[in-house]
Every structure is written in structure tokens, then in C-alpha cells.
Design a binder for this molecule. Structure first.
Ligand code: SF4
Length: 63
């Protein structure tokens, strides 16, 4: 499944990058981002947990 960050909602807390640094990073723009090549990590339990814990619910997981 796909994972992405909705930049209209993200406020750059950095929680996702702290929890799963192999998939997420805090971009220079100040927003959370999915690292290149990690866009299909939506099935990873850690990614799902990061989505659950994102304080603004900005992490989108879909098929
Ligand atoms: S945890 Fe959510 S609000 Fe924080 S940087 Fe990641 S996507 Fe943005």
C-alpha cells in the first residue's frame, strides 16, 4: 500500500521521522516527507503506527 504525507495538514512536528527514520524525514521545507523509494511502505506496521500517532493525521495510507 502507498504512504504519503498531506502537506496541507502536516505541521512539521517531526514525529514520523523520529519514529520511522527509514521511511520518513523532515524536509527542508519543514514538512514531513516519505523518502524516495519508500512510497510502497504502507503495509509496514511501523508506518501504520506512525500514521496513527501523527498529531495532525497527515499521513495517508491507501491502496
Ligand atoms: S508526524 Fe505528522 S505532522 Fe508530524 S511531521 Fe510527520 S506527517 Fe507532519
Amino acid at each position: 500500500m502507498k504512504v504519503s504525507v498531506d502537506r496541507d495538514v502536516c505541521y512539521g512536528s517531526g514525529d514520523c521521522a523520529h519514529r520511522v527514520p527509514s521511511v520518513f524525514a523532515l524536509a527542508d521545507s519543514g514538512y514531513g516527507t516519505v523518502l524516495p523509494g519508500q512510497e510502497d511502505s504502507g503495509d509496514d506496521p511501523q508506518v501504520r503506527e506512525a500514521a496513527d500517532w501523527c498529531p495532525s493525521q497527515a499521513i495517508v495510507i491507501d491502496g
